[in-house]
Design a protein around this ligand. Sequence first.
Ligand code: UDH
Length: 265
Amino acid sequence: VSLQPETNQTPSPKPQPPCPDILGRLLIEFSSQMTMERVQKENPNVTEGGRYTPPDCRPRWKVAIIIPFRHRENHLKYWLHYLHPILRRQRIDYGIYIINQLGEDTFNRAKLLNVGYTEALKDAEYDCFIFSDVDLIPMDDRNLYHCYDQPRHFAIAMDKFGFRLPYSGYFGGYWGWGGEDDDIYNRITLNGMKVSRPDVRIGRYRMIKHERDKHNEPNPQRFNKIQNTKNTMKKDGISSLTYKMLEVRRFPLYTNISVEIGKPP
Ligand code: UDH
């Protein structure tokens, strides 16, 4: 999903003919072995910390891609292998941020996304933020990772849901264990914004199959929480965010931000 700060509203671009490098539907598979060395060799033009600027045109936007993360090194290799070339073909000016939750307390995806938003803004003047899970790969490079004038839901047709939107208020690339994807959908609509989505034939995604992670069990309060967005949204979120930054490390293909975010009250 992509969110744009209110102050930075940009008019949506006019429909244009496809760029020459765009391939359309892509073959995505996870059976071949992947190594970070291979992915680095494939992407020599990505600069330190996973930054890229197209050399042949001036992009309209600067995009930060934020990935919540813990113990998913193998998925990350595939994600970088597929996404860097796609973003390059799309002529995106971007930076990749892996927000790594330290320790073994309960995983908090939404809080990591908030940390990513805050920390990425210290790096550059990003125009918008795309939140992606580490195991979600777009199957079509016409699904453009640039900014939109309304919050954008990219992964609308996932293989695990039969390439369909599971419900109309769905705003996640993920089936939420804390309901945080439904909560942000509520925040968007309560603030008078509208979710924008690609065509269902283009918004297709493959998820890397995996077992449920430890310390990320379904939150029993999730149904109750999403009933209360209207009351909680003004005081719970970016405005109440606290965390302990432990390390920012620039790898060739991404910036790793390791944080302690505490545990549930
Ligand atoms: N994530 C991690 N580490 C974790 C948990 C989550 O990196 O321990 C990140 C990662 O980017 C992941 C995202 O948070 O893609 C969402 O994780 P999730 O496991 O909550 O959601 P997902 O849809 O899986 O990937 C749901 C459980 C599937 C169980 C399937 C059993 N057959």
